[in-house]
Design a protein around this ligand. Structure first.
Ligand SMILES: [Zn+2]
Length: 343
């Protein structure tokens, strides 16, 4: 590794950053899955932690989702959701994440008979306690599973409204092919009326047209993934001129075969084109790395410079849904760490 790469990785470990694309159900480590299964009397289709880990050899998004939903089946009680979120927030804090906007999939749980209240209250309590114990800021974004119907999404949103103050926005995740953003036009319009922040996965496996639909039809404020925008120069130019953030997840793209090799990941090209690119972990328990590991492997593969690393961390605060005063405070903290490194 060159001195510049080593310096960039050291810097990435030290600087404060925001994480904007992490699914709380995707932070469930095999050890915790087995612990919760034992506590709740759930039988898993795997003999032990090792057998489960071995099953994490994904070929595409769907092969991952099949195991992901099996893992989530151990979550039954409020304490389970609390323990899962707390475990993630401790890892994020160790990675110098100062602010996390965490996705959760209520339909994965309500479809199994777990009440909405248990899901939201457990996750929310963890966000509050982590704020007090660790000083980390954490908020929730409710995501709809796009392989289900829009009516199901609308019913889920209405069912969550008694806890409207417990989440800041909505998102769209799960299997992308065949489920374009326009399928969810009404539920996004409803959420917009309610004053919720809007994000959606688009252009992960799906085509650039899905990114344009998320922008024009759903009117999202951030695109999750969005890496296939690289196929349309006009779209990249639009994302750059609008400073539309992309929450990129390099290790996820690698593990799900979106890219064959991290060295061919479009992240650096998008950054150089002026797009507000951020680095995130997506489902860190399944893709072998929390946010700093995503930074480190991307830096090494793409030979990102320390300046580019700082730009990506700055972007994470620019793209976050916090007020200006808070954003400026974190940008100042970031600058003071960078200044110390330069000395
Ligand atoms: Zn995701």
């Amino acid at each position: 590794m060159s001195p510049s790469t080593i310096a960039a990785i050291d810097l990435a470990r030290a600087i404060p950053k925001a994480e904007l694309h992490v699914h709380v159900e995707g932070t469930l480590e095999p050890e915790l899955i087995f612990q919760l299964a034992g506590r709740n009397g759930v039988t898993l289709p795997y003999d032990d932690v090792e057998a489960l880990r071995k099953a994490y050899a994904f070929t595409d998004l769907q092969s991952f989702l099949d195991i992901y939903y099996a893992g989530a089946s151990v979550l039954l009680k409020e304490q389970d959701f609390y323990d899962m979120a707390m475990a993630y927030l401790r890892c994020a804090h160790a990675d110098r994440v100062v602010h996390a906007e965490i996705f959760f999939d209520p339909q994965t749980h309500t479809a199994r008979g777990v009440p909405m209240q248990i899901v939201i209250e457990g996750l929310h309590r963890a966000c509050v306690d982590a704020g007090q114990e660790l000083g980390i800021s954490a908020v929730l974004i409710l995501c709809f599973l796009r392989h289900l119907s829009e009516d199901d999404a609308l019913a889920t949103l209405e069912a969550a409204l008694p806890w409207r103050d417990r989440f800041i926005g909505i998102g769209l995740d799960s299997s992308e092919f065949g489920h374009p953003p326009e399928k969810f036009a009404r539920v996004f319009a409803r959420a917009r009326e309610l004053g919720l922040r809007l994000v959606a996965h688009a252009g992960e496996e799906g085509p650039p047209a899905y990114i344009r639909q998320a922008l024009d039809v759903l009117q999202v404020e951030r695109i999750d993934h969005g890496v296939r925008s690289i196929e349309e120069p006009a779209l990249v130019a639009r994302l750059a001129s609008e400073r539309m953030p992309l929450t990129v997840c390099p290790l996820s793209n690698l593990k799900l075969k979106g890219v064959q090799d991290l060295a061919r990941h479009p992240l650096r090209k998008l950054l150089q084109a002026g797009v507000c690119v951020t680095i995130n972990s997506d489902d860190p328990a399944y893709f072998d790395g929390y946010v700093t590991e995503n930074y480190a492997q991307t830096i090494e593969a793409l030979k990102l410079t320390p300046e580019e690393v700082v730009q990506i961390a700055r972007n994470s605060f620019e793209a976050s849904f916090v007020d200006e005063a808070q954003r400026q405070q974190w940008l100042d903290q970031l600058q003071s760490v960078v200044t110390k490194f330069e000395e």
